[in-house]
Design a binder for this molecule. Structure first.
Ligand code: SAH
Ligand code: SF4
Ligand code: F3S
Length: 440
């Protein structure tokens, strides 16, 4: 008999990537199955869980400032404070020692045990950061989806790549794969709950292998596409060094697979890529982009860039800017390098001065802004299929949604199109989104 939390209210605050957003859906679902109810915010919660990201120094700092806020709130009213996710995993017991307000520290492989751990944390602080070697199934019934029309479905977790700057292999452990049958069961249940889009998640989805049959990502995509009711399929994140031609062929052949890819390049300089241990050089990356575009002509690409990796020269940085011009990304997430514990790069000097990192980041972002403004302008006048997500955060009574290519569209429509497909005539564009009006 598992622990019960009847009558308790829980609030989960999420930082980090889609995997963390999906994990938060699991956390809420597991706690709801134990009887807990959702709280509107930390103010009316009995338990607050912060699901954390460790990928950059800034990501981790967000946790500490949020914990400061929670500790102040708790002077007025008692509640339990839990830290989950990647900072919990890498900092473990040190975190509980450093921040006395924290009652429980729980790593990503332990969420099924949350009800029991919460019960014990009411007595004394608990730290649980065991790593499972095998996939730990959290069934669809214990997943409280925030966006039912667009379901996150984890297919693998962890990473074996050890890029020199990256903490993820330590916060998520080695690669482990979810059995195909379980993935498909969750896809079916997501469709039954109104899902039309599925986003297959993993730190490195391209290395997916079904533990039973050895089937890879290409086969997984075909199997998911065969589930009735699935309209759009995305998969994130792809590693450029694991992008086999079999995956490209399936993308070209299957219209349900969205013509959009997140394909992190990190740098346009082969010298820096080698020192980052990325496993490809500039030429191999550009050749891959060429193969993808020949197979999927309307493909839109997004990427991640790190500026100021140790030893990055002005010439290396220029090579990155040149690569952005050459590829023409629809979006770029760019970051200043920050050393992370346990990583190979953190053992050496962080030798690009902060002012230089800042200047390079600003230059790169303004270049990308102008490139992307030009790309988005080319969509004006077209009619695009859009999956509605709800009222536009920009307000004005408009709605928001995304295209198959993953472009954000703000549009006028006669009725709320949340979770439905609408055709939008694009009337204008900006650097980050399109706008228009629903037609038909
Ligand atoms: N699994 C994904 C990336 C996960 S981390 C992949 O393989 O690409 C998300 C992004 O954070 C990375 O792509 C990288 O651009 C950035 N990042 C990771 N470690 C970083 C560090 N130490 N400093 C700055 N940016 C970092
Ligand atoms: Fe980190 Fe590299 Fe693994 Fe991506 S592939 S999660 S950047 S180690
Ligand atoms: Fe951050 Fe962990 Fe995701 S470090 S990017 S939340 S896998």
């Amino acid at each position: 008999m598992s622990a019960r939390l009847d009558g308790l209210k829980v609030f989960v605050r999420t930082f980090g990537c889609q995997m963390n957003e999906n994990d938060s859906e699991h956390i809420v679902g597991v706690l709801a199955a134990a009887g807990a109810a959702p709280a509107g915010g930390p103010e009316d919660a009995d338990i607050v869980i912060v699901n954390t990201c460790a990928v950059r120094q800034k990501s981790e700092e967000k946790l500490y400032s949020y914990l400061g806020r929670l500790a102040r709130l708790r002077r007025k009213r008692p509640f339990l404070i839990g830290v989950a996710g990647c900072v919990a995993q890498v900092r473990g017991a040190d975190l509980a020692a450093r921040v006395p307000a924290v009652d429980l520290v729980i790593g990503p492989d332990n969420y099924l045990d949350l009800p029991e751990i919460i019960g014990r944390a009411a007595e004394a602080p608990v730290v649980r950061t065991d790593f499972g070697r095998d996939w730990r199934e959290i069934g669809p019934e214990a997943t409280a989806r925030v966006t039912p029309a667009s379901a996150f479905i984890p297919v693998m977790e962890g990473c074996d790549n050890f890029c020199a700057y990256c903490i993820v292999p330590y916060s998520r452990g080695r690669e482990k794969f979810r059995p195909l049958g379980n993935v498909l069961a969750e896809v079916r249940s997501a469709v039954a709950a109104g899902g039309v889009e599925v986003q297959l998640l993993g730190q490195n989805v391209n290395s997916y292998r079904d533990p039973g049959s050895g089937l890879g990502l290409a086969g997984l995509l075909e199997a998911v596409a065969a589930v009735p009711g699935v309209e759009w399929i995305r998969f994130i994140t792809s590693h450029p060094k694991n992008f086999g031609d079999d995956i490209i062929r399936v993308m070209a052949a299957c219209p349900k697979i969205c013509p959009a890819l997140h394909l992190p390049v990190q740098s346009g300089s082969s010298r820096v890529l080698a020192r980052m241990n990325r496993g490809y050089d500039r030429e191999a990356y550009l050749a891959l982009v060429g193969r993808l575009r020949r197979a999927v002509p309307d493909l839109l690409l997004m990427t991640d860039i790190i500026v100021g990796f140790p030893g990055e020269t002005e010439e290396d940085f220029e090579a990155t800017c040149g690569l952005l011009r050459e590829v023409g990304y629809a979006g770029v997430f760019s970051f200043r390098y920050s050393p992370r514990p346990l990583t190979a790069a953190a053992a050496g000097p962080d030798d690009v001065p902060l002012e230089v990192k800042r200047r390079r980041l600003i230059a790169l972002q303004s270049l990308q802004r102008s490139l992307q403004t030009g790309l988005l302008r080319s969509f004006v006048g077209r009619e695009l299929r859009v999956l509605g997500s709800g009222p536009s955060p920009r307000g004005g009574g408009r709605f928001a949604g995304r295209t198959a290519g993953n472009l954000v569209v703000n549009f006028e429509a006669p009725a709320d199109p949340s979770g439905r497909f609408v055709t939008v005539r694009v009337g204008g564009s900006g650097p980050y989104s399109l706008h228009g009006r629903a037609v038909g």
